[in-house]
Write a protein that binds this ligand. Structure first.
Ligand SMILES: [Zn+2]
Length: 361
């Protein structure tokens, strides 16, 4: 999620935490519903506080996943809070099924602990009155009981055995002990998609929100399976195996118009840019379009070149580089070997390579 659409909350444990802007729509919706129900000021404040409290619990849930992943040798870049829940961007995940199981379980476990703490507190202060749950309104009296219920709901919801929910990962990692990750993911994907279809159907009769969740699950299952398929094939290769050496070259002092003219007659994700005949950077198709918008046809290539991408060397694992390029939306990156530029790789080329290797198998 791009940070310019998000509100930064800080960087606990080195993890960037932000709230997506659509979250403000959720707050606006709650105010709207409360006002249209004729509720007073205090009631509306209670409802907003309740939503904030739930998202505090969602944040702790994501921190549960993240800190466990870090402890097991993974890397976590950021956590984004969306109206439909939290999302931890774990950039490096330990590959062992057991580790995936522990990391996936850590999130829901946090909510179990929160629920238990609230329950303990309530049972010390006053006898737990389940009658409070019946109200569809948050009050000072039932706030904590409702928060307890919300945490149990988060646990139940996340244990649905479908991607991208934690249950999908728990299920897959349990299966992975007995079979290959690809096979396990394939089974988890099928079961997840059955759930998704049931959700979508139920959504038409009960709650339209279920339709949204159904689609998220359906696409999440498909995406996860695709990723594992890519991993399964690309993991056998390094960047060197597909580095392109017959790239298109342009000088950095040439105009963007020249690049646009050239692009009209050939098919490439970008150009290799030289300065005095030596490699100086990459101009991707997106860089070119952005450059034309900013400087027009007369603008120079050197002003439009993108930021130098992270160093990619010929010996790097192809799948890792592919994942990084996808995440950063880098269409084309330069490749070096022994500190010298040797060629480029692009997403289109990797996709082609994947398709061909899949067909050969
Ligand atoms: Zn989770």
């Amino acid at each position: 999620m791009k940070s310019r659409f998000s509100l930064n909350l800080g960087k606990p444990f080195g993890i960037k935490v932000s709230v997506h802007w659509t979250f403000s729509l959720l707050i606006a919706w709650i105010v709207f519903i409360s006002v249209s129900r004729g509720l007073g000021f205090e009631q509306i404040i209670m409802h907003i506080l309740f939503i904030l409290a739930i998202f505090g619990c969602v944040l702790l849930h994501e921190l549960g996943h993240s800190l466990t992943a870090i402890k097991l040798g993974g890397k976590v870049q950021s956590i984004t809070l969306l109206p439909i829940g939290g999302m931890a961007n774990i950039t490096e995940m330990p590959d062992k099924p057991k580790d995936e199981f522990i990391i996936s379980a850590a999130g829901p476990l946090v909510n179990v602990v929160i629920a238990a703490v609230i329950w303990l507190y309530l049972s010390l202060v006053s006898p737990l009155d389940l009658g409070d749950l019946a109200y569809d309104m948050i009050t000072r009296q039932n706030f904590l009981v409702m928060l307890l219920a919300a945490n149990l709901f988060i646990v139940a919801f996340n244990l649905i055995p479908a991607f991208p929910m934690d249950g999908g990962r728990l299920f897959r990692s349990a299966l992975s002990i007995k079979m290959s990750k690809l096979k396990a993911t394939s089974i988890a994907k099928d079961i997840g998609q059955i759930f998704a279809i049931v959700f979508i159907f139920a959504g038409f009769f009960y709650n339209p929100f279920l339709i949204v969740i159904g689609f998220v699950i359906f696409l999440g299952a498909k995406g996860e399976y695709e990723m594992v398929k890519y991993h399964d094939i690309l993991n056998n290769y390094t960047v060197k195996d597909i580095v392109k050496t017959d790239y298109e070259e342009l000088d950095e002092n040439e105009s963007l118009g020249t690049a646009a003219e050239k692009l009209a007659h050939i098919s490439t994700s970008g150009f290799v840019i030289t300065s005095d005949g030596k490699y100086s950077g990459i101009l991707t198709k997106n860089d070119l379009i952005r450059g034309l918008n900013n400087y027009g046809k007369e603008g120079q290539i050197k002003d439009a070149m993108g930021d130098p991408a992270e160093k990619v060397t010929a010996g790097m694992a192809l799948f890792d580089v592919f994942k990084k390029m996808q995440m950063k939306r880098d269409d084309m990156v330069p490749v070096e070997e022994n500190g010298k530029f040797t060629g480029v790789i692009d997403l289109e080329g990797i996709n082609e390579f994947f398709m061909i290797q899949k067909a050969i198998r």
